[in-house]
Each structure stands twice: as structure tokens, then as C-alpha cells.
Ligand binder design. Structure first.
Ligand code: ARG
Ligand code: ZN
Length: 886
């Protein structure tokens, strides 16, 4: 049987549900293979729906055991059980009750959607459409109900039973079983339902909200892992406090539970009062987690917690509105992390992610607007575009309106939409009302796919003492399934900017079109005149990355140096170094001399600039310095080249430049490592300052090794052995992976032995090996797929090994002989039968296949066509492969 491509669902076709569900009573009897669920639904016709329409409840892989309508078996012929629905013909035209008994097999659920088991723990994942895998339901976010859940399980197997909302009665249920009742007073869509049952360890704390509510916060983990839970627990408490001060949003239940499970498709899930997490984003100890892990845990804990308001109290009307909760909540977690850490350093990290993940998505066949207009499989739209570009739109809104009106607009939004399933229009209406501004043109950001380019040129007129900046925006025409590819309309682009004196003095120039440092570009073309400008300044544009655009602005190396040294905006100081680095890489590639001996004028300029920068201020802000010293990645250079890309040439150019920098800066880098060395026995802190010192030390090691592999090997081996933290150990091991030889293999083997019982640490070991830019890596990855610690059924393992290979190893994924493509395509085919969501995600690595040169392009296409030809593909993979080839 050949799978049909799933049908298209369109935003334009939205209509309200014909029925509503006010209350849900669930009785769940947990059993490893035969879990039984009785759902009692209080239904009524929706006045906004079609009167007398059949009731069509969604269902997926359910066994129906019993059905009751108002306490009676329904009339014969009134009920139709279809593969993916339960249809009740001519339901009552008044409120009625349906009692449905279903049976599911959690142990056989490898899709990890609905009710499944992870390491013996029963857990659920219902977003986007997993609740229909538990019972028949109106599984759409605009149907909101109050849930009461009784969970029953074997006491030995599942002593801990958790549900949404507040705990109610609990006790023995006979025959070694027990039960617990949970009641959630807040009406919610089914995708926010959750339950957990299992043997779990617990750490807890208390928090009193601004309203005086005493909340118990608990984090549940695998027994024995409790010592790794306090960081996440504290992050919950800090998130609760922050949402009160930053947005005036208090928590609204008596308990807040977080459960860590080891098998999870995504990062985490914001189920009401019961967040379920991938354990990678909960468990932390200095010996097992890197500084990046700590930062991710803090950010994701915050993200899921903030969803309680932006997602749960106000949810989405339909899945086209996904960015309404995700973009907004990413923006909120970014702000939280910026307050908790260093704002400029965090902003740079955000932009690096956006450029590495979202820009390529926006430039390839999977491009879609932040609010898509059509989809076949919604789980394929949890993308960098919806999340990260969605957050950038919220950020631009704040830049345009100013912090006061932005906060006022948020308050209005929460007040107006609390308890409802809302739309992007509702969101924007709150800000329009607050500010009195017309946001219709701004709303185009939600509807038009593709990354805009803003071309800028500056001209100084000494006689008139003016400086003129000419702007021109252009948007690629993106053809998607929904949109015809009509010419895009101009966007409203906030340009935060300033003029910098090349000598470091002050620039007097003024323009009354710049307010609070922001010029708003609304037309396709515009120009901005500054008066009272005596000498030619260097413009600093898009400060803080004020809009998610590409900037085409030709500056000389000297002008970039002026920005790196004198700009008051830290983001643009970093950007100046990045631009120099990118230009140096590109000029090598374009000259067809990626390995040229000489550094070239741009390479020289970069070396000199970095030397001066290190002398002046490396120790003032080590985290920032580490970022300044890090060259843009291969993918960013590939993106810039755009067509007929040769990943090997880019890689060689970048590596050679690193070698030059390492040689030129060797003495300084060695001194930095000394200056930043941690005294033996120093207490560990995961805070941003300590992490920044580790980061700079390890960037220094990396550059030193690029310049002198012998020295690099000695230093890295010593650091792997002596490291007091996973950050330092892994950084040194990663440096070693770039230095082929016996020392590397010994260090890798030793690491595997030391962490043989730590799956999350072995994931890091998988990931760095998969990224080795050598022809042997395909065979190495195939070998590691047979390693006892690897499991195709566990999403973290798959992402660490195969995901890392496809995303972090451009030269080997894009091998000219196609062996890299075949490896990933094969993994996708094997995985699809088990876990379609993860398989589909893996396949998105082919997103940029049209960008590579003809030989590779043909191999990539063959690999994609081989996937497309498989019979019985999941809707998830068939959607991605179809759009990738389309
Ligand atoms: N809402 C979750 C978050 O916080 C993501 C869940 C997505 N899950 C899925 N199967 N599509 O970002
Ligand atoms: Zn989210």
C-alpha cells in the first residue's frame, strides 16, 4: 500500500467546532499493555456551529470497548467507528453526555505521542494531536474543558501518580493497586492534558505568589538522580518570580510539577501544572552537564513555565496560530535569560541560532510564513521560523512601540483573551488599542516567508554637513503550497542605528526621523538625512539585531575595525568581527584558494583587530570575548554564497583562517589560558561569569590547536584528564577530535569507559564524533549505530549521532560520493516505522540540497527520491520529502 499524501488543511477553511465539551472526567487504569480509559464528556451543540451536524470525534490507534449516550447504548446505526474517527449521527440538540471506554497499549507506543512508557514510567505527550490516541475527542485547541482525572495503577510499578491541576483524593484501590484524583479548574484544550505514573525521585520547594498563593514546586526524576535536579527546581522558582515582575503574571494552581523522562520527541511540554521534560533539559551536575546544558535547562524550564500564561491561559484558536504561543514564549524566555545572564552575550547567541537554523529554512524548499496558511502535518511546523522568527516579530513590536506601550499591550492581551483560544489578530489588536497605531502593515511579518535583505549605502556631504543613508528592502518571492508566490509587500522594519566616529570621538549628527535610536523603514526605498555632521562617520546599523534581516552594507576593513573598537552597541561590535571573518573566508573561497598561505588583507585586518581587542579587554568580559574570537560557521558562509556551494572549499578556507589566527595570536591566547585558569579546588558555579571564563579559555585552546596540532594535542589530552567540569572535559575532547591520531582514539575510548552508565553524557560523545570532518566519519557513525548505548528508538540518541552528523558536519554529510546523504536517508527510512516525527525532523537536514554544486545536488536528489519511493511512508516524512523535492 502506497501512502497517500495527507490532505492540505488551510487557515482560510477554519470554522468553529459544531460541538463543545465543557467537562471531561477521565478514569485511567494504567497497565503496561492494556491501559483502559473511560472518558465521560459533557457535550453541547456550539451556537456558532452547524445545528444537527454529526458529531465527529478524532481517534488514532484506539480500541473502542464501550460507548454510552446519556447512560444508554446509542441507537443501532447511530454510531460509526472509522480508522481515525468516531462518528455519532444525529446527536441530541441539547447538552448530552457521552461515556467512552477505550484501550491502548503504552508499551507498544514508539511514536511517543499519546500515552507511552519511558524507562518504565507512564507518561503522555498530547501536543499537537496526541490526545486522540488516548480517547475519542474533539482534538482541536478551540475546544476547552475542565478536566478531572482519576489515575489508577499498580502501587509497586507506579507509586507516583500525577495529573493536571491540583491533587485531590488518593488511596488504595485493592489488589495491590492505588489511585489518585487530580482536578484542573482552568478550562484547557486537550493538547495540554497530561498524566504521569511511575517510580520517581523528587525534589521540592515552595513559592509564594504576588497574590499570596502558597505553591509547592516539585521536580521528579529517575530515582537516584535527585542530586541533579536542584538547578532545574531553582530555575522554576526564578521563572515564577520573573514573570511576576516582568509581566505581572502570577501562577494560578497550588502545585507545579516537572517530570523528566528519557524518551521525548522534543525539548519539553507545558501541560497545565504538569510540565513533562526531556531529561536532557532537567538533569545537571558539574561532572555531567556543560555550561551550555545549564543555560538550556534554565531557558527551557522558563519557556515551559511562561507558557502557563502565553499558551495555557491564552491558547491558540487553531494550529495556524502556533506562533501566538511559541514565538511569544520564546521572546519571554529570551528576556528571562538575558536578565539572568548577560544581555548582549545572550542576544548574540539568539542571533547565531537564528542565522544557523532559521535563515537556511527560510531560504529553502521548506520555507513558510511565521503563520503558515496551509499544512499537511502540523508536527512539521514546530520550526525555527515559528519559534525563533516568531520571537523576533514580538521583539520588533517592542522596539517599535517602546517598552511602556509594549507592556501595556501585553496586559491588554492577557486581560482580553484570558480563558480563550485566540489568534494573531487578537494579539496585534491589543497593541493597536494600547498605542493607537495601525499595525496592518506590520502584520505582513506573519504572512510573508523569506528573509528580507536591506541594502544600505551612506554618503557624507562636507559642504552641507549632512550624512545621508539610503535604504532599500527586498524580499524573496517564496512559493509555498498556500501562496501563489505573488510579489511581497514592503515590511515595517525597525532599524536601530547610530553614527560612530572612526576615531572614537562623539558624532553630533541628528535626524528627527530617528526616535530613541530607531528609524522605521516602511517603504521599499527611503533615505535618512542627518544634519550637523562634520566628518564622515561609520554608520552602526541594526543595533542589537533590531530586525531579522540580512544587511547588505559594504564597509572597508578599517570601518569594521572602527565599529569593533568604538561602537557603543556590543552586538554590532561582535558583528564587525564576524563580518571581517566572513569576508575573509569568502574571499578565499571566491579566489579559488581556500588554503592560500597568506592570510590576505581581510585575514590580516582580522588578526590585528583581534589582537588589539584581546589586549584591551579580553578579561573585562570573557564570554563576549569568546564570541568575538569565534568565526562564523561553515553554514553561514554557504548561505552567503547561496548557489553551487562546495562545502569542502568553505571548510578549508575557514580552517586555514583559524590556523592563521591561532599563529598570530598564539602568545596572547596562551597568556589568556593562564590568566583564566581556575585555582585547583575552586568551587563550581554554573553562573554566566564563570561559564564565560571557561568559554574563553576553551576558545583559546581551540585556536592554539588549529595553529599547532602537536601543542594542541598535548594541551587537550592534559585537559581531558584533569578537567574538573564536563564543560572543560568535553571542550578538550572536541579539540582532540579535530586532531587525527592515536591520542584522539585513546581519549575517546577513555571517555566512553568513564561515562558508560551516563546516556546523556554518551550523547555528547556520539555528537562530537559524528562531527569529525574526515572521510572515515560515515563508517564511524555506522559503527556507532551498533554501539550498545545507541538506540534508534530514543530521540536523544538519534539526534546526537545522526542529527549531529547531518547538521554539524557539512563536509561529510555533503560528501561528493553521496555516502553522507545515504546514511541519513537510510536512518530516516528505518526510523519512520517507529517514530515518524523524529524521522521527519531528521530529514529536514536535506533542506539546503539545492544550494550545493551539481554533483552533490544529484546525489542528494537521488537519496531524497529513494525515501519518496518507499511504500507506506508516514504522513510526517511524506510531507517533508514532498516539499523538499517540490
Ligand atoms: N509546546 C512545546 C514547546 O514548548 C512543544 C511541543 C511540540 N510537540 C510536538 N509533538 N509537536 O515548545
Ligand atoms: Zn513552547
Amino acid at each position: 500500500m502506497r501512502t497517500e499524501t495527507p490532505p492540505i488543511i488551510r487557515l482560510a477553511d477554519y470554522r468553529p467546532s459544531d460541538y463543545l465539551i465543557d467537562r471531561v472526567e477521565l478514569d485511567v487504569r494504567l497497565h503496561p499493555t492494556e491501559t483502559r480509559i473511560t472518558a465521560t464528556l459533557a457535550l453541547r451543540p456550539n451556537p456558532k456551529g452547524e445545528a444537527g451536524a454529526p458529531l465527529v470525534l478524532d481517534g488514532d490507534e484506539l480500541t473502542l470497548l464501550a460507548l454510552d449516550l446519556d447512560g444508554q447504548p446509542p441507537a443501532p446505526g447511530a454510531v460509526e467507528v472509522q480508522p481515525r474517527a468516531l462518528v455519532l449521527h444525529q446527536p441530541p440538540r441539547r447538552p448530552f453526555t457521552l461515556a467512552i471506554e477505550t484501550q491502548v497499549n503504552p508499551s507498544a507506543n514508539t511514536k511517543l505521542m499519546g500515552l507511552y512508557r519511558s524507562g518504565g514510567v507512564y507518561c503522555t505527550q498530547c501536543e499537537a494531536d496526541g490526545f486522540r490516541r488516548i480517547t475519542y475527542f474533539l482534538d482541536r485547541p478551540d475546544v476547552m474543558a475542565v478536566y478531572t482525572t482519576r489515575i489508577e495503577a499498580d502501587l509497586e510499578e507506579a507509586p507516583v501518580l500525577l495529573g493536571n491541576g491540583n491533587p485531590g483524593q488518593a488511596g488504595p484501590a485493592g489488589e495491590g493497586r492505588h489511585y489518585a484524583v487530580w482536578h484542573d479548574p482552568h478550562p484547557k484544550p486537550a493538547y495540554l492534558f497530561a498524566l504521569v505514573g511511575g517510580r520517581l525521585g523528587r525534589v521540592a520547594t515552595r513559592f509564594t505568589t504576588m497574590e499570596g498563593r502558597d505553591v509547592e514546586i516539585a521536580v521528579y526524576v529517575e530515582p537516584g538522580k535527585e542530586p541533579r535536579a536542584p538547578y532545574a527546581l531553582d530555575a522554576v522558582a526564578r521563572s515564577m518570580a520573573w514573570d511576576e515582575t516582568a509581566f505581572g503574571r502570577p501562577y494560578d494552581l497550588d502545585v507545579f510539577n516537572v517530570v523528566a523522562v528519557s524518551d521525548f520527541n522534543m525539548g519539553a511540554m507545558e501541560n497545565k501544572g504538569l510540565n513533562i521534560f526531556n531529561d536532557k533539559y532537567v538533569l545537571a551536575s558539574p561532572d555531567t552537564a556543560t555550561d551550555a546544558d545549564y543555560a538550556n535547562i534554565e531557558a527551557i524550564i522558563a519557556h515551559e513555565y511562561f507558557h502557563n500564561w502565553s499558551g495555557n491561559r491564552v491558547t491558540c484558536r487553531d494550529w495556524f496560530q502556533l506562533c501566538l504561543k511559541e514565538g511569544l514564549t520564546v521572546f519571554r524566555d529570551q528576556e528571562f535569560s538575558s536578565d539572568a545572564r548577560s544581555r548582549p552575550v545572550h542576544r548574540i547567541a539568539e542571533v547565531r541560532t537564528l542565522r544557523a537554523r532559521q535563515f537556511p529554512e527560510d531560504a529553502g524548499p521548506l520555507a513558510h510564513p511565521v503563520r503558515p496558511q496551509a499544512y499537511r502535518e502540523i508536527n512539521n511546523f514546530y520550526t525555527a521560523t515559528v519559534y525563533e522568527k516568531g520571537a523576533e516579530i514580538v521583539r520588533m513590536l517592542r522596539t517599535l512601540l517602546g517598552p511602556g506601550a509594549f507592556r501595556g499591550g501585553m496586559d491588554r492581551y492577557f486581560a482580553a483573551c484570558d480563558g480563550t483560544a485566540a489568534t494573531v489578530e487578537d494579539f496585534l489588536a491589543a497593541f493597536a488599542a494600547e498605542s493607537g497605531r495601525d499595525l496592518a502593515a506590520f502584520a505582513r511579518w506573519y504572512a510573508q516567508a523569506g528573509t528580507p535583505t536591506v541594502a544600505v549605502s551612506g554618503r557624507h556631504d562636507p559642504a552641507a554637513r549632512t550624512y545621508t543613508l539610503a535604504f532599500r528592502q527586498s524580499l524573496p518571492t517564496v512559493v509555498t503550497e498556500a501562496a501563489s508566490g505573488a510579489a511581497p509587500l514592503p515590511l515595517v522594519i525597525p532599524v536601530a542605528l547610530g553614527l560612530v566616529d572612526p576615531g572614537g570621538g562623539a558624532v553630533a549628527g541628528r535626524s528627527d526621523r530617528v526616535r530613541d535610536g530607531v528609524f522605521v523603514l516602511e517603504a521599499e526605498e527611503d533615505s535618512l538625512v542627518f544634519t550637523d555632521v562634520d566628518a564622515a562617520p561609520v554608520p552602526s546599523l541594526f543595533r542589537g539585531f533590531s530586525a531579522p534581516v540580512k544587511v547588505a552594507h559594504a564597509l572597508t576593513p578599517a570601518e569594521r575595525l572602527a565599529l569593533l573598537s568604538h561602537d557603543s552597541d556590543p552586538f554590532n561590535r561582535w558583528q564587525a568581527a564576524q563580518s571581517l571573518g566572513l569576508e575573509a573566508i569568502l574571499s578565499r573561497v571566491r579566489a579559488g584558494a581556500p588554503q592560500a598561505e597568506e592570510a590576505g588583507p581581510r585575514g590580516e585586518a582580522l588578526s590585528r583587530a583581534l589582537a588589539a581587542f584581546l589586549d584591551a579587554e579580553a578579561l573585562a568580559d570573557p564570554a563576549f570575548a569568546a564570541l568575538v574570537l569565534t568565526l562564523p560557521g561553515d553554514q553561514e558562509a554557504a548561505q552567503e554564497i547561496g548557489t553551487e556551494v562546495d562545502p569542502d572549499a568553505i571548510h578549508r578556507a575557514r580552517q586555514t583562517l583559524r590556523t592563521h589566527l591561532g599563529r598570530d595570536l598564539a602568545a596572547r591566547l596562551a597568556a589568556l589560558r593562564e590568566a583564566l585558569a581556575e585555582p585547583p579546588g575552586a568551587p563550581f558555579s554554573p553562573d554566566a561569569a564563570s561559564a564565560g571564563r571557561r568559554a574563553l579559555r576553551n576558545v583559546a585552546l581551540d585556536l592554539l590547536a588549529a595553529a599547532d596540532p602537536g601543542l594542541g594535542t598535548r594541551l587537550a589530552v592534559a585537559q581531558v584528564e584533569a578537567a574538573a567540569t564536563m564543560t572543560d572535559r568535553l571542550a578538550a575532547l572536541a579539540v582532540l577530535t579535530l586532531l587525527p591520531g592515536e591520542a584522539r582514539e585513546r581519549a575517546l575510548a577513555g571517555f566512553a569507559e568513564a561515562y558508560r552508565d551516563e546516556p546523556l553524557v554518551l550523547d555528547k560523545w556520539f555528537a562530537i564524533q559524528a562531527a569529525i570532518p574526515e572521510p572515515g566519519t560515515v563508517a564511524r557513525v555506522r559503527g556507532l549505530m551498533e554501539h550498545p548505548a545507541f538506540a534508534l528508538g530514543n530521540p536523544n540518541r538519534v539526534r546526537s549521532l545522526i542529527g549531529s552528523f547531518s547538521l554539524n558536519n557539512p563536509t561529510q554529510f555533503h560528501r561528493p560520493d553521496g555516502a553522507g546523504y545515504d546514511l541519513v536517508a537510510e536512518a530516516v527510512r528505518h526510523l519512520d516505522g517507529k517514530n515518524p516525527q523524529v524521522a521527519a525532523r531528521l530529514l529536514t537536514a536535506f533542506n539546503n540540497w539545492r544550494m550545493v554544486e551539481a554533483g552533490r545536488r544529484q546525489k542528494a536528489e537521488e537519496a531524497l527520491r529513494a525515501v519518496a519511493a518507499v511504500t507506506g511512508l508516514s504522513p510526517d516524512v511524506s510531507d517533508i520529502v514532498g516539499r523538499s523535492l517540490g
